[in-house]
Design a protein around this ligand. Structure first.
Ligand SMILES: Cc1ncc(COP(=O)(O)O)c(C=O)c1O
Length: 386
């Protein structure tokens, strides 16, 4: 018997209330009960996105949600700007190029943030840029971009701002409307505490003008079809939805509402702070800056002489703890703790305790209890439930 802990930044652990909802008998998607559930999920997502804009839901992974934003906005030859700070920024580059955009790429060193001043300069240099694509939380590096500053800049231009908040939404503050996010993209499997499979987009009025004018052929991902069916009273889905995941998302949103969005962010802040204090107390360097807003994932440099793959494998195979490895060019160089969604103080202590045992077994000079002790000292100061 091996007790398993999923300490990765997606998929993430699912609360028992949500698992129970997943086990409910399947409702027919045209039944009045499902119409109620859909309405509740849409209202709940507006609460989490902090928006009055239309929110659309469909079955897809996070990448599907990203691609949906591209096909609804980009015509071949359109000028767009991508600010990339990691693996998922590179995904914006690939997606926009796949769909024929002329891309201005601001590629930052992984582990750093996008500089809003560069975005301002790039938009001034090419007034034809119609959309800016960026991540809120870049899961591969743990970095969180300054969406508020970027949004203020993009809002002064005709361009729209498209933000991948797949690992940020529900963990780090993202004020979709106040920060001028025109299309916010998210998925069910991270801070929203549901298994993978649902994609969410929040679309502003400014973005709708672009979507309406976009001539790129699309069918399943056509936002106009979803808008027609899914907004207003008696909302329906245009196609068969992932019914059970919707029921589960409704239960998870109820948990977020009970805790309160501000408390949810505060809990994530304390977990992020504690995790970072713990790994640093073990002499492990963070990958990227010690940013108080980076609360979804803690990316750590693999100590010199150790093999990153062996750290995550030993943690998984001997102790049942899933940590994430490095992605893309960081493979083998980085390992990551996820703490977005259904995470509490105990998860951080379990993760750090296992890390100590794993590092010691791999020959690293571990001061026993340094990581868990430093984290516990931080966690004990939290004014909110963890
Ligand atoms: C920031 C970010 N964007 C996009 C994705 C892609 O999501 P998916 O793997 O569900 O397609 C992920 C998944 O880890 C992510 O963290």
């Amino acid at each position: 018997m091996l007790k398993r802990f999923l300490l990765t930044p997606g998929p993430t652990p699912v609360p028992p209330e949500v698992l129970a909802a997943l086990g409910e008998p399947v409702v027919h998607h045209r039944a009045p009960r499902f119409t109620e559930i859909l309405a509740e999920v849409l209202a709940g997502l507006k609460y989490v996105f902090q928006t009055v804009n239309d929110v659309l839901v469909f079955a897809a992974s996070g990448t599907g949600a990203m691609e949906s934003a591209v096909v609804n906005v980009v015509n071949p030859g359109d000028h767009v700007l991508v600010a990339s700070v990691g693996n998922f920024g590179e995904r914006w580059l690939k997606l926009t190029r796949t769909w024929g955009a002329e891309v201005t790429a601001l590629e930052y060193e992984w582990g750093t943030k996008a500089d809003p001043a560069d975005i301002e300069k790039a938009l001034a240099a090419d007034p034809a840029i119609k959309a800016v694509f960026v991540q809120s939380s870049e899961t591969s590096t743990g970095t969180v971009n300054d969406i508020r500053a970027i949004g203020a800049i993009v809002a002064r231009t005709p361009a729209i701002l498209v933000v991948d908040a797949v690992s940020g939404l529900g963990a780090t503050d993202l004020k979709t409307d106040a920060w001028h996010v025109d299309i916010g993209v998210a998925g069910s499997q991270k801070a929203l505490m549901v298994p993978p499979g649902l994609a969410y987009v929040a679309v502003s009025e400014k973005a709708w003008q672009v979507v309406e004018a976009c001539t790129t052929p699309r069918f399943y991902f056509d936002y106009r079809t979803y808008r027609a069916k899914m907004t207003g009273d008696g909302a329906q889905t245009p196609y068969t939805p992932a019914v059970s995941l919707m029921v589960a998302q409704n239960a998870a949103i109820e948990l977020i509402r009970q805790e309160g969005l501000e408390n949810v962010f505060e809990r994530h802040r304390w977990l992020g702070r504690a995790c970072k204090a713990g790994v640093q107390a073990l002499g492990i360097e963070l990958f990227g800056p010690d940013d108080p807003d980076a609360n979804s994932v803690t990316a750590c440099k693999v100590p010199a002489g150790l093999d990153g793959g062996r750290i995550t494998k030993l943690a998984r195979d001997k102790y049942g703890v899933w940590l994430a490895g490095g992605q893309g060019r960081l493979k083998g160089q980085v390992f990551r703790f996820g703490h977005c969604g259904y995470f509490g103080a105990s998860d951080i202590l379990v993760g750090l305790g296992v890390l100590e045992m794993v590092l010691a077994e791999l020959g690293y000079d571990v001061e026993w209890g340094a990581g868990t002790g430093a984290a516990a000292q931080v966690l004990a100061q939290s004014p909110v439930q963890l």
